[in-house]
Each structure stands twice: as C-alpha cells, then as structure tokens.
Design a protein around this ligand. Structure first.
Ligand code: ATR
Length: 286
C-alpha cells in the first residue's frame, strides 16, 4: 500500500512502455516488505533537464535512466561515480541528502552475471563484438578486471572501437586489439570468451545472428547482451555446439539488483527479479 511514507523510485526514458524495470523493482520491494514504489516516466529528450529538476524537487529516492538519456544526463547530476566518469554513461541515480549521484550498474551487472556463472575474466582472452554504449561499459569493466581484450566492429565504424581501446589504455597498462568484424573467424580460434555487445539478434530480428554457427564450437563461453528473446539465435546455436552460454537476461537482472541495493541498502532478491523479467519476456514472445 502506498502511504505518505512510501519512498519513490522511477525510470526515465523514451520508450519506457516495454521496460522490465517497474515489474522487477516493485516485485523486489514487495518480496522484502519495503515501503517503496517504482514508476516509469516517458521523458522526451527536450524535457530531460526539467524532468531531472522535477525529480529532485519531489525528493525522489532514486531513478533509472535509459535510452536516450544515459549520456545526456551527466551534466544534470551533482556527483558522478568514478566509473561513470570513465565510461560516460549513467543508468542509475541515487538521491543522497538532496544530491543526485550518478552510477553505472550496466558494467557491474555484466561482471556480476559472469561471476555468477563461475566465469572469471582475469587473464582470459575475450572478444567483444560491437563498439556502442554496451560495449564501452563491458570492455572497460573487463579490462579493469584483467581481461585481454579484442574489440571488433564494422569497418565504417572502427573509430568507435579505437576510442574504447584508447580509453582503456589510458587507465590500464594493457594491449587492446581492434579489428574489423570480417576478421572474426580467425580471431575466435584463440578466444576464451566471446561477448556479443551488438544489438544483432534482438526481437523483432531474432532470426539473425552475428556469428556463423560453424565457427562457434571452438569457443568455451559465449555471452549475449541481448535479452529479448532470452535465448537468441546465437545462444541457441552455441548451446547446440556444446558452448557454455550466458544470456543478457542475467546482466539485465544484475544491473537492476545493483541499483536496488544502492536505493534500499538491502540485498536484492535476484530470483524474484529474474522471474518477473522472464514472465514479461515470455508474454512478449507469445
Ligand atoms: P548499445 O547502447 O546497446 O550498445 P548502440 O550504442 O547503438 O547500442 O551500439 C550498437 C552496436 O551494435 C554498435 O557497435 C553497432 O555497430 P556500428 O558501431 O557499426 O554502428 C552494432 N551493430 C548494430 N547492428 C549491427 C549489424 N547488423 N552488424 C554489426 N554490428 C551491428
């Protein structure tokens, strides 16, 4: 029941209609008996600054930030977590005594999902596909945790991958290889882990995969950041080839769990959150 004491969290983005965050967080609050509620707000880019001022004025406890505001919100916040300063994107804001503090739990969520599956990036040769926002967060956190990285992107946009490599090299004394996507087959012969950080395979184009099935069998682990569908064509074909797989759903749930923990100070009920996300994804697929 919402009362005068209820603490409010929110999501701002455009679109927000299909977001799984309201269901995940409200179920988690309920599970732990916390007097919190989570609401989605559709915010157009031209209204972002006013929306953030509004959330501040309303003394909201915290909020998530999604497409297209993850980068634009940075100058509107009071304090940025050091990781945010590096990767330049915020997905979680916490109101600490009236100061809005920006965090990125996408990166940490990815890392926690790996650990949960018993995968430690340290000294592993990891091939990351894509050089957008997801790749930036993932590549940085992997490098920070001692991975040996190769980033592949389409030829026309190779500069984006070079930028990520430069960012990493500034902070860590490691070599990051950057290659065009058409070098994938050769590169995979030496990879311990492959991460798809592109949007290829996402619904409604779930018939697509960025990796030809015949080159999958050499790779010990494949991670897909795409969570809709939960089992992408890439992951289906990887499983059939005997490869260990990690779905983007685990990353989604973990980024939510880390945000939840920052807002409430409580350990997030992961299973509850995952079940809610799965329910929504199943309903979407049917
Ligand atoms: P996100 O924030 O989810 O990372 P994004 O910043 O739009 O989204 O990045 C999407 C990534 O998927 C990009 O690296 C994009 O490649 P380009 O940098 O060449 O644009 C990649 N991507 C999308 N569609 C692709 C396709 N059909 N083939 C290869 N890469 C693709």
């Amino acid at each position: 029941m919402i009362s005068g004491n209820t603490k409010i969290c929110a999501l701002i983005g455009d679109p927000v209609a299909h977001s799984m965050s309201p269901a995940m967080h409200n179920a988690a609050f309920k599970k732990l008996g916390l007097d919190y509620a989570y609401l989605p707000f559709l915010v157009k880019p031209e209204h972002l600054a006013k929306a953030v001022e509004g959330l501040r004025a309303l003394n909201i406890s915290g909020f998530n930030v999604t497409i297209p505001h993850k980068i634009a919100i940075l100058p509107l916040l009071d304090i940025l977590d050091p990781l945010v300063q590096k990767i330049g994107a915020v997905n979680t804001v916490v109101n600490i005594d009236g100061k809005l503090v920006g965090y990125n739990t996408d990166a940490g969520g990815f890392y926690q999902a790996l650990l949960q599956h018993g995968i430690k990036p340290e000294n592993k040769r990891i091939t990351v596909l894509g050089a957008g926002g997801a790749s930036r967060a993932i590549s940085y956190i992997l490098a920070k945790n001692g991975a040996r990285l190769t980033i592949l992107n389409r030829k026309e946009q190779l500069a984006k991958a070079e930028n990520i490599a430069a960012l990493i090299k500034k902070d860590f004394d490691i070599i990051v290889k950057v290659l065009e996507l058409d070098r994938l087959a050769a590169e995979l012969q030496n990879a311990d882990i492959l991460v798809n950080a592109t949007s290829v395979g996402m619904s409604p184009h779930s018939e697509k995969s960025i990796v030809p099935a015949e080159i999958l069998h050499n790779i010990p682990v494949i991670v897909d950041v795409v969570y809709n569908p939960v089992e992408t064509r890439l992951l289906k074909e990887a499983k059939a080839a005997g490869v260990k797989t990690v779905s983007g759903l685990d990353m989604l749930v973990w980024q939510g769990a880390l945000a939840f923990e920052k807002w409430t100070g409580q350990k997030a009920p992961l299973e509850t959150m995952k079940r809610e996300a799965e329910k929504m994804l199943e309903a979407h697929e049917n």
